[in-house]
Design a protein around this ligand. Structure first.
Ligand code: ADP
Length: 216
């Protein structure tokens, strides 16, 4: 479903969020107080406006209250970051995501009602470290402290074997929820007869520690 997003603060992070949402086919209102930042993104989003988002009247005039999601991507100006998050929540935007500078800042944002607080640099650091540890992990989503969904390149030892033969659940405590084949074809909830082919990517749910026991 096409959603409406407002992205406030068009630094590197906000710009990349706004452009990606637009590429994914959503309506994006991008806002920055700096005219140059607005001009740079103008052709890559639905609307781009130069405005100081601390001004409640401006937000109302732009109809920001009707948006589904707001992303507050202002970095250095803590006061603006916090105030704008608060105003957006008070206006009734269902989902407000705000970028935090520190854990303490994040705590404040949670207290004032931010639905999601993100720490882009910290998050990227964790992601990179996880990817570096095991080169065959392409991506992952953290489900809890212990469990994640991982995308892993199938081990050479698995090739031409069926999931039934491999019995990964019993042997490694790994659940295969999908297999991504070449050409972006995907097999969801593969059965015991599914054969692993070379270059297949397995989407698995497992304990993080279980992954290190897998053969390369
Ligand atoms: P990054 O680290 O992602 O590059 P920055 O903190 O450098 O992020 O960029 C934040 C952006 O937010 C800047 O372009 C700045 O002009 C904009 N900004 C700061 N305060 C406001 C405000 N009150 N209203 C709108 N935009 C703002």
């Amino acid at each position: 479903m096409r959603k409406q997003f407002v992205v406030i603060g068009l630094g590197r992070f906000g710009t990349s969020v706004a452009k990606t949402l637009n590429i994914l086919g959503h309506d994006v209102l991008a806002m920055d107080k700096n005219e140059h930042a607005v001009q740079v993104i103008m052709h890559d989003v639905t609307h781009a406006v130069q405005a100081d988002a601390r001004d409640e009247e401006t937000l109302r005039a732009l109809g920001v209250r009707n948006f589904d999601v707001a992303v507050v991507a202002i970095g250095d100006d803590l006061e603006a970051n916090i105030l704008i998050t608060l105003m957006l929540k008070e206006m009734g935007i269902p989902y407000v995501v705000t970028k935090a500078q520190s854990a303490l800042h994040g705590k404040v944002l949670e207290k004032i009602g931010a639905d999601k607080v993100i720490y882009p640099e910290q998050d990227m650091g964790v992601r990179l470290a996880n990817n570096l540890i095991r080169t065959n992990v392409m991506d992952f989503i953290e489900l809890s402290l212990d469990y994640s969904i991982f995308e892993i390149i199938a081990s050479a030892q698995f090739v031409n074997k069926t999931l039934g033969e491999l019995d990964l659940r019993a042997v490694y405590k790994i659940n295969v929820v999908a297999i991504r084949k070449s050409g972006n074809q995907i097999v969801i909830a593969p059965g015991a007869n599914a054969v692993i082919e070379e270059k297949d990517v397995l989407v698995v749910v497992c304990n993080k520690k279980a992954l290190s026991k897998l053969p390369d």
